[in-house]
Design a protein around this ligand. Structure first.
Ligand SMILES: Nc1nc2c(ncn2[C@@H]2O[C@H](COP(=O)(O)OP(=O)(O)OP(=O)(O)O)[C@@H](O)[C@H]2O)c(=O)[nH]1
Ligand SMILES: [Zn+2]
Length: 196
């Protein structure tokens, strides 16, 4: 079957496109029928988009910081939407990220939190690692007094297939610095989130 697909008249220069042409055949469909003709190309384009974060450095976006201008209390950026791809099934998981940090002399441009999430989400992921990587990047680059991230997501691999439990949500938390050692700070973060 594979050899047959490779020989096809639609041999593509793009290997992702070529492989999806074959996958369409292997599931028993006809990649030459009108509705599917451009699908391998579309999927290749989409994969380069949804996995594009692999080519980007999450720490680079945090590189530019500003003087804290007296800010020494917790800063929270809440409800950052994201779409990622579960690395086990290559289907989406998606939801919201909440990030808090306590600056230690330098603050981060607010949009950079969303950029950070975007870069980490656009790659094959597990939710726990993505959550940890957010805090790790903040710790490494911004060196705050503390950083904390919460990710809430629905996994389509649990909704549309397998155990089929739509609506179930997974919440993951990662803590760094003072949020690891000071329960009061951690509780304060969650209380401030609840107010929204
Ligand atoms: N911890 C964690 N698990 C995930 C995440 N995304 C998907 N999974 C799980 O990855 C697991 C893969 O389990 P396997 O038993 O290897 O694969 P499977 O037979 O397709 O599993 P089922 O989903 O139970 O049908 C499943 O339990 C998924 O729910 C994630 O972000 N974090
Ligand atoms: Zn999955």
């Amino acid at each position: 079957m594979r050899a047959e697909a490779v020989k096809s008249s639609k041999q593509a220069a793009d290997p992702i496109e070529q492989h999806f042409y074959e996958v369409i055949q292997l599931i028993g469909e006809n990649p030459e029928r009108e509705g599917l003709q451009e699908t391998p190309k579309r999927i290749a384009k989409m994969y380069r988009e949804v996995f594009g974060g692999l080519q980007e450095d999450p720490e680079e976006v945090l590189g530019k910081t500003f003087p804290a201008e007296g800010a020494s209390d917790i800063v929270i950026v809440q409800d950052i939407p994201f779409y990622s791809m579960c690395e086990h099934h290559f289907v989406p998981f998606f939801g919201k990220v909440h990030i808090g940090y306590i600056p230690d002399g330098r603050i981060v441009g607010l949009s950079k939190f969303a950029r950070l999430v975007d870069i980490l989400a656009r790659r094959p992921q597990v939710q726990e690692r993505m959550t940890n990587q957010i805090v790790e990047a903040l710790n490494n680059v911004v060196c705050p007094i503390g950083a904390i991230a919460v990710v809430e997501a629905e996994h389509l691999c649990m909704s549309m297939r397998g155990i089929k439990k739509p609506g179930s949500r997974t919440r993951t938390i990662a803590r760094g610095g003072v949020f690891k050692t000071d329960l009061v700070q951690e509780e304060r973060f969650f209380r401030l989130l609840e107010k929204e």
